[in-house]
Unconditional design. Structure first.
Ligand code: GLC
Ligand code: CA
Length: 558
């Protein structure tokens, strides 16, 4: 296989391993049970030792926290619960001192209803400049009693909320594709466009290396806001067309954002959270003059099946190669059921997670789930492109399914009519120590108990702690550290070519430059090539026999 541009010659974002920090749940520095900026700062040495290249911090702006920060009240400041702007600036500098890039989460589709703009819009009259920043419309029916169209919010229920006008009468409706407290911005309004550009510059000026763009396929809505036509099959497959997703207008925005990134020194970048399919639609977000990365969510919806995974890898790589962009693999984030549970139970994050989140343990086999999640990670880290890790996956924490109902906080819980427990189960504060003091080491304050953390930690949570895995051979943490170290040392991993190895129907196997190969076995035990030297494995390997659900990195010795 051909030799590649060395890591120093290519932009870092082509194959970076980025660690997602869900700030509320990462580390608490002051004992209030809520993670914060100082907590992240104190754990930079841990992140350095893990071997990641960059961190992505979920929204840390002032917010009433109806959707834990994805409801932004002010894009140019820090939520007081998390710290100050000065703390954030210090963190950016310190991360850079450790050689770690930092990207922030930008939420352009909607603001918080607490945002000064929305408060002003509520007080202003219909058709005012203030209302034009959002999606206000008159209702249908007699007296405008019915919502302007039939759109539904992602979290459940109608996507429209009626407001009371200044004179006390029921008035217009506003669009919220997510929670009621997340009014959609009007991207046809140049003032919105220019404000968000100012926001980007504000953070670029403070040294951030890039942005994760929330709901990057949202923002623009089809002209006339037509009703949606319902097709249950297309919905299940995720191929249905919605007049509020993936509209042409977003690409103009990303073209102008790209110019802003390029006007700064260093390789500033952005990664799109665009839940669109097929892969050819994703490719449109990463054309050479648009964004650099777009999450590849294929693996969030995959079954643990070799043929399906191979197909998804091929589609993803081919579609993005056409525009010269790298793929960005993801197996976990703060919106989906943890891979340990998912890959064991065969959940695809298409509605079937509701059942799991309701606490039905089904036939959950944690040992098998853990092995599969580890093998998935090794596969991801050997594939061409970048990878996004979500805090806790390096510890193989499972989904927490026993959060008491009265402690659930995800807006999805209420908006689904208390049918879907929502995403809290993958957001429980990290266990740093096996001792329950300080909420298993999540908090600097030893007196904080596990149930006093903002989301309660279960009694068994400490089993997965950092301290119980640190330096322990065969632990998931040790595996991630070794994998990332090897990935760094092998110049050919990350960006660059791959070739499939035909190793049977139930095996995913591919070669990378440097006689490096990765095998993942989904079926009965197989024999690895006799010339393989094992570099790393997700489970025991006896001789050259690779057991079910196990993955290895090998060097093929000639
Ligand atoms: C994205 C975020 C999710 C949030 C939603 C609304 O999908 O990842 O957590 O609830 O956008 O902002
Ligand atoms: Ca705190």
């Amino acid at each position: 296989m051909s030799q590649l541009a060395s890591r120093d010659e290519r932009p870092w974002w082509r194959d970076a391993v980025t660690y997602q920090i869900y700030i509320r749940s990462f580390a608490d520095s002051n004992g209030d049970g809520i993670g914060d900026v100082e907590g992240i700062r104190s754990r930079l040495p841990y992140l350095k030792k893990l071997g990641i290249d960059a961190i992505w911090i979920t929204p840390w702006y002032p917010s009433p926290q109806h959707d834990h920060g994805y409801d932004v009240a002010d894009y140019m400041d820090i939520e007081p619960e998390y710290g100050t702007l000065a703390d954030a600036e210090e963190l950016i500098k310190e991360a850079h001192g450790f050689g770690i890039k930092l990207i922030v989460d930008i939420v352009p589709n909607h603001t918080s209803s607490d945002h000064a703009w929305f408060q002003a819009a509520l007080k202003a009259a219909p058709n005012s400049v203030e209302r034009y920043r959002y999606m206000f419309r008159d209702g249908k029916g007699v007296n405008g009693d019915l919502p302007p169209n039939n759109w539904e919010a992602v979290f459940g229920g109608p996507a429209w909320e009626r407001v009371t006008e200044a004179n006390g009468t029921l008035g217009q409706w506003y669009l919220h594709l997510f929670a009621v407290e997340q009014p959609d911005l009007n991207w046809e309004n140049p003032e919105v466009v220019s404000h968000l550009e100012d926001v980007l510059k504000f953070w670029l000026d403070r040294g951030v290396d890039g942005f994760r763009i929330d709901v990057a396929h949202g923002m623009f809505k089809e002209a006339g806001l037509p009703d949606i036509t319902k097709d249950p099959v297309a919905e299940m497959l995720g191929t249905d067309h919605k007049p509020f997703w993936d509209q042409e207008g977003v690409h103009d925005i990303y073209r102008s954002w790209r110019k802003i990134f390029d006007s700064y020194p260093g390789d500033r970048m952005a990664v799109a959270e665009a839940w669109v399919s097929p892969a050819s639609r994703i490719a449109r977000y990463v054309r050479p003059d648009e964004l650099q990365n777009s999450f590849n969510f294929e693996m969030l919806t995959t079954l643990w099946k070799a043929s399906e995974i191979k197909k998804k890898i091929n589609h993803s790589i081919d579609a993005l190669a056409e525009v010269g962009a790298p793929t960005s693999w993801v197996f976990n984030n703060h919106d989906v059921v943890r891979s340990v549970d998912r890959l064991d139970l065969g959940l695809t994050n298409h509605g079937d997670t509701t059942r799991l989140r309701q606490g039905d343990p089904a036939q959950f086999n944690i040992a098998r789930g853990t092995l599969r999640a580890r093998s998935a990670a090794l596969m991801m880290l050997a594939l061409p492109g970048g990878a996004y890790l979500y805090q806790g996956e390096e510890l193989a924490v499972p989904e927490v399914r026993d959060i008491p109902e009265d402690r659930l906080t995800d807006p999805r819980w209420k908006m689904s009519g208390y049918l879907d427990r929502g995403r809290d189960g993958c957001r429980v504060p990290l266990p740093w120590s096996s001792n329950p003091e300080g909420a298993f080491g999540f908090s600097k304050d030893d007196t904080l108990t596990p149930t006093q953390a903002w989301l309660p930690q279960s009694a068994w949570w400490g089993k997965f702690s950092v301290d119980s895995q640190d330096g322990v051979e065969g632990s998931t943490l040790s595996m991630y550290r070794e994998a990332l170290a090897i990935r760094k040392a092998e110049q050919g991993l990350g960006d660059g070519p791959m070739e499939w190895i035909q190793a049977g129907e139930d095996v995913v196997a591919f070669e990378r430059p440097g006689d490096f190969a990765c095998y993942i076995n989904f079926g009965a035990a197989i024999e690895l090539p006799s010339n393989s030297q094992i570099l790393l494995a997700t489970g025991p390997v006896h001789g050259h026999t690779l057991a079910t659900d196990t993955a290895v990195w090998i060097r093929l010795i000639s």
